[in-house]
Design a protein around this ligand. Structure first.
Ligand SMILES: [Zn+2]
Length: 250
């Protein structure tokens, strides 16, 4: 950790629609849920897309039983922060592969929801220290950035277009934001919505219980990260993001 971490710039909040694409139920809640609560409170539309249902996430629970538990927890967790739409792509948890197949299912989501901003989780190799990131997170984040570009090109995944779904190319995504990134450049003030973010994480009760982390407190955990980002933004609590412009001129 640097002694004087660089200041973070305020995120652009002039958008109307965001699509959040993450690998697992609970990913959004480990760093972005309080920001989502702020944005839905401003009247913005935010949709969640879970690439997997986190069915391999609880050691003592068979995936077929786990899938339903975790999807239900995610739906509840989303409601807490004002998100009414949660799509589950039901790709295989733990063994996602970056590639054309993954880009295709994510591009279809981008074409379906036509967002201004796409949010995903950290897809760098680490979290900033020596803790390595997880394979699904890296595969999804890389695929998200590529799928945003794929979605705007009518000749890529052309079979998705014009069918019964009525999908059309969508090139309107301005930026991709990755929360939890050690390369964060921007942040948003979450002081007023921090409690909703905590409640949203706590909605993953079966998952948190299954982790078996003794004396682990969701509030304390989230507060540590939010205070560190807040001090870099000049507010009490904040959520940090790495920003990837999707134009070609920057
Ligand atoms: Zn995850």
């Amino acid at each position: 950790m640097a002694e004087n971490p660089a200041p973070l710039e305020p995120l652009d909040e002039t958008w109307e629609r965001a699509l959040c694409v993450v690998a697992h139920p609970d990913d959004m809640e480990f760093g972005a849920a309080a920001a989502v609560a702020r944005w839905t409170g401003q009247g913005k539309s935010v949709v969640y897309c879970m690439v997997t249902s986190g069915e391999a996430g609880i050691d003592g629970l068979d995936p077929d039983a786990c899938r339903a538990v975790r999807e239900a927890e995610q739906v509840r967790s989303a409601e807490v922060v004002g998100v009414d739409v949660v799509d589950f792509l039901r790709q295989p948890d733990g063994v996602l592969e970056y590639g054309v197949a993954l880009r295709s299912v994510i591009a279809a989501e981008v074409r379906r929801h036509r967002p201004d901003i796409v949010i995903t989780g950290n897809f760098r190799d680490t979290w900033g220290g020596r803790n390595l990131n997880q394979a699904d997170h890296i595969a999804v984040g890389r695929a998200v950035v590529d799928a945003v570009r794929d979605a705007g090109n009518r000749w890529v995944f052309a079979d998705q277009l014009g069918g019964s779904d009525g999908l059309e190319p969508w090139g309107g995504v301005r930026e991709v934001w990755a929360f939890g990134s050690p390369e964060a450049t921007h942040a948003v003030d979450t002081t007023a919505t921090f409690d909703a973010g905590v409640e949203s994480l706590e909605a993953h009760a079966a998952y948190i219980d299954g982790l078996g982390w003794e004396d682990w407190d969701p509030r304390e955990f989230l507060e540590g990260m939010a205070r560190a980002a807040g001090s870099r933004l000049g507010v009490a609590l904040a959520a940090p993001f790495e920003v990837f412009p999707m134009g070609w001129g920057e």
